[in-house]
Design a protein around this ligand. Structure first.
Ligand code: AMP
Length: 536
């Protein structure tokens, strides 16, 4: 067979050749705009050309801090199609972490949404390698960042017939994304052209998401979260109509976009679908176009799946993945070999994360080796495959997660007789709130730095809207019981963390349960605290 390279240039050029009239609908701060793929590709060529003139070349890292909209989509292709690296930055991270990842990635150019400028202005003196700032707006914007360009003016100078680089290596980096670590700075994952193309194929399989030209896809998951789960890449390749929901959307905005543009498939974390569910229970919308609500990032609650499927007749798709896995790795699809299933059995299957996507390999390893396929024995999920990362970028923490050719996911799972995997726990000490990670260890360390605190442990409690929220369990030093209140601790923590990281509750305890070697027994504590909150 020929060994032709798998490159993102082929994805965008296919959209240009076969689907010039298909649409990208983009909601921005100035309203909803519609572009044809012909226009999008021309604008992408202009951007690639203007970036080249600016000195961006093979290997240059270009960061984006942006919502889901057409300009971000253009950057998704313009940057890797000249051999540079698209680094999508999670703008919900703390300023320290944003500065860290811009420096660690060595971003030389940043593309920034106008409303996110203050985030970068606040760290401008800490990011010396950035040579240019492009503001994703129509008009000139006043900013302290220098030199800066307004996007529309910038691309106007570019050549609409610019030729993308053809001689790229398929294993060259195309994109990168940072994921939170248990503690300390985020860890960088690099995506190759080849990995993204193969992952796009995976999204098109009938037994996964079956994304196709006939779909109208609306990725609600941010474009800085594992490339919006790879949807913009695959959708462009397939000529799928895309609806990009833009900044500060609400459940009402999402429902309206689905209704008006006849969205067929949409993707996001459970918190988003919980909000949409409340909205469609409040008000009537015609969402009959939907053939799938793709949900991942955290476990989809059974009650929510049932409400979508039974009450609203909207098919639910539950999937599992990670930043390190591009992300699609496991998806809950019904196997026909299971025979006729009743409704309850169908919902139970969808509440599990599902079966391994073709193209990947997995192992589930418990304390005595690989676990039995009995739906009971628990072990850590290990993954490998052509769209699974093999390391963290320039990071010694690689050694902890990548061993013997496998990614150790840190997720504890069971697998049943039919191969359906269920995530039951995680070994990594992190809390997932609204699709974003909170480091329990970082909060614990901060609390323990208070002079009146003897020890502190932070655990997750289930939360209907955010899925999980942190609760801090604190043991005070002798003599401080009268002196330190919850309010004091909140005042102590507030300047140190983003607001959404602060614990929902602080519980004072006499001691924290520990193992024989003195480590916190987090699981026992979590069970006790969860029981406490269920009672109250
Ligand atoms: P991230 O790298 O931020 O996308 O987070 C990946 C992690 O999210 C996984 O390792 C799991 O812990 C969790 N996760 C992703 N999808 C699911 C799911 N469907 N059910 C339960 N946990 C999930």
């Amino acid at each position: 067979m020929m060994n032709t390279p798998l490159l993102l240039t082929d994805l965008i050029e296919r959209a240009e050749v076969y689907f010039p009239t298909k649409k990208v609908i983009s909601r921005t701060s100035s309203g909803v705009h519609t572009f044809t793929y012909k226009e999008i590709v021309q604008r992408t060529r202009r951007l690639a050309s203007a970036l080249s003139c600016l000195g961006v070349e093979e290997g240059t890292k270009v960061g984006t801090l942006a919502w889901n909209h057409h300009r971000h989509l253009e950057a998704y292709f313009a940057i890797p199609c000249i051999g540079a690296v698209l680094h999508t930055i999670n703008f919900r991270l703390s300023p320290q972490h944003i500065a860290y990842i811009v420096n660690h990635a060595r971003d030389e150019v940043l593309l920034i949404d106008k409303d996110l400028l203050p985030l970068v202005e606040a760290i401008k003196d800490q990011i010396p390698h950035v040579k240019a700032f492009i503001i994703l707006s129509e008009e000139e914007v006043e900013t302290e960042l220098k030199p800066s360009y307004s996007y529309e003016k910038f691309i106007e100078q570019g050549d609409p017939a610019f030729q993308f680089t053809k001689e790229l290596d398929e294993n060259a980096p195309a994109g990168m994304c940072y994921t939170s670590a248990t503690t300390g700075n985020p860890k960088g994952v690099m995506y190759s052209h080849r990995g993204i193309v193969l992952h796009s194929y995976a999204l098109g399989l009938a037994d996964t998401t079956a994304l196709s030209e006939k779909d109208v896809a609306m990725p609600v998951v941010p474009m800085f979260h594992v490339n919006a789960w790879g949807l913009p890449f695959a959708a462009t390749w397939f000529g799928t109509t895309q609806v990009l929901p833009g900044p500060y959307f609400t459940p009402e905005i999402l429902a309206t976009l689905i209704e008006e543009h006849r969205v067929t498939i949409t993707a996001g974390v459970p918190t988003i679908w919980n909000g949409l569910l409340q909205e469609i229970e409040r008000k009537d919308y015609n969402l009959s176009s939907l053939r799938g609500v793709l949900c991942g990032g955290s476990a989809a609650p059974k009650g929510m799946i049932r409400a979508y499927e039974e009450k609203h007749g909207i098919p639910f798709m539950h999937a599992y993945g990670m930043t390190e896995t591009s992300p699609l790795a496991i998806i809950a699809s019904e196997k026909s070999s299971l025979g006729e299933l009743n409704q309850e059995e169908k919902i139970s299957i969808k509440a599990k994360q599902g079966i391994l996507v073709p193209g990947l390999q997995m192992k589930i390893v418990g304390k005595d080796g690989e676990v039995a396929w009995d739906g009971k024995e628990m072990g850590e999920l290990l993954l490998r495959g052509p769209w699974i990362a093999s390391q963290y970028e320039n990071d010694e923490r690689t050694l902890g997660s990548f061993k013997d050719g496998w990614l150790y996911t840190g997720d504890v799972v069971t697998i049943d007789e039919e191969g359906y995997i269920q995530v039951v726990d995680r070994t990594k000490d992190l809390i997932k709130s609204g699709g974003e990670w909170i480091s329990s260890v970082d909060i614990e360390n901060a609390i323990m730095a208070h002079e009146g605190v003897f020890e502190a442990a932070v655990v997750a409690i289930p939360h209907e809207q955010w899925h999980e929220r942190p609760v801090a369990c604190v043991v005070l030093k002798e003599g401080y019981h009268e002196k330190v209140s919850k309010k004091d601790l909140y005042e102590f923590l507030t300047p140190q963390f983003a607001k959404w990281w602060l614990p929902d509750e602080i519980v004072f305890l006499n001691e924290i349960p520990k193992t024989s070697v003195g480590k916190f027994l987090k699981r026992t504590l979590r069970d006790e605290i969860q029981a406490l909150f269920q009672q109250s």
